[in-house]
Design a protein around this ligand. Structure first.
Ligand code: GLY
Length: 346
């Protein structure tokens, strides 16, 4: 990876110069070998409802010829700041002690730079802090207190991320966790048993008219996790990977399986070999099924991983292991699209 002072300086220069340059020259060619003439697009790993909410703010930036990194950050921030989303940013479900810990990563194609934060508490927009790690340090990943101190140094506001709704869901989970402790549930017969531990995440991937790519993955991770548990989302190559000459991929679902298969890296490398984004996502899911001993084991384990991807031609794909048909949504000059991928195991 880069990280000599010399290269870092030229990288910062490029980023700083780019925002203003692109603002005045919408289709400025920034990198040899790709575009101009590519169809800009922005994609997220969710269907229509969240797609419409999240993608338009980022698309506005791309449509005006803005920086693709600004676009994916803007879109991701929408989900991070929305307390209705129980799996990302503010309002995300907490760890087993009732504390929200967030993970996020960012990657920028033209320079192949990346940044990430993990187990970050108190900051509503971890993807923006990950971008600061990428742009304002010689490191790639900051965790825990170090990540929080870094965010505070950059002026991010310290907030309580636990909304009443998330706290109440956590409380129900805690009270029903065991009949051998002193935590007792309310005696409401209509109260649904809440033992499910979800992993929700958002991937936002974009490409500008020059063919330059950026991506973000952001999550509050596995609900009620052991404090300090880090999933795939902040790990470059696992929850997020891209290559400016190939395309981009992101993962959601059980992070442990994505980490041990280097999932998003695998998807991008399969696309480099010529596989379509759709087939590459399926093959990455098949790898998880294989390392877990096959379909019958996966049905028992209920691993719910999903990949989304696009290539530099603007083709998209998504696949998941179990459950309902996986969806992604994207915006390009033709408009808003919902794409239905393939679920591998019935
Ligand atoms: N994919 C999110 C997580 O496992 O943390």
């Amino acid at each position: 990876m880069m990280k000599s002072k010399e290269t870092r300086r030229s990288f910062l220069w490029k980023i700083a110069g780019m925002s203003s340059a692109v603002a005045f020259t919408p289709f400025l060619k920034l990198k040899a070998g790709v575009g101009p003439g590519k169809s800009p697009m922005i994609l997220c790993s969710r269907g229509r409802d969240w797609g419409e909410k999240v993608l338009y703010p980022g698309w506005d930036i791309l449509d005006k010829g803005g920086n693709v990194l600004d676009a994916v950050e803007k879109s991701t921030n929408v989900a991070e700041l929305d307390p209705e989303d129980l799996s990302v940013g503010y309002g995300g479900l907490p760890n087993e002690q009732g504390v929200v810990e967030l993970d996020a990563s960012v990657m920028y194609g033209p320079t192949h730079q990346c940044g990430s934060v993990a187990s970050l508490r108190h900051i509503k927009t971890p993807s923006s802090v990950a971008r600061k790690v990428m742009e304002r340090t010689d490191h790639i990943m900051l965790v825990g207190k170090g990540a929080l101190n870094f965010a505070l140094a950059h002026g991010y506001e310290k907030a309580n991320l636990l909304t009443d709704r998330s706290r109440e869901l956590w409380l129900k989970w805690r009270e029903r966790l065991s009949d051998k402790d002193d935590w007792l549930p309310a005696t409401d017969p209509d109260d649904a048993v809440e033992k499910k531990r979800s992993t929700g995440t958002i991937n936002v991937l974009g490409m500008d008219a020059n063919g330059d790519i950026a991506g973000i993955t952001s999550t509050s991770g596995l609900a009620y996790k052991i404090p300090g548990r880090i999933g795939d989302s902040p790990i470059i190559g696992a929850g997020l990977y891209l290559d400016n000459s190939v395309g981009a991929a992101g993962a959601t679902g059980r992070g442990e399986e994505v980490i041990r298969t280097c999932g998003s890296f695998l998807v991008v490398e399969l696309m480099r070999q010529g596989y379509s984004p759709q087939r590459a996502c399926e093959m990455a899911c098949e790898r998880i099924i294989k390392i877990n001993g096959g379909v019958e084991n996966i049905k028992r384990l209920r691993y719910n991983d999903k990949y989304v991807a696009f290539n530099v031609d603007g083709d998209v794909g998504c696949a998941s292991i179990l459950g309902s048909t996986p969806k992604l949504s994207y915006l390009n000059p033709e408009g808003f699209h919902v794409y239905e991928g393939k679920v591998l195991v019935d």
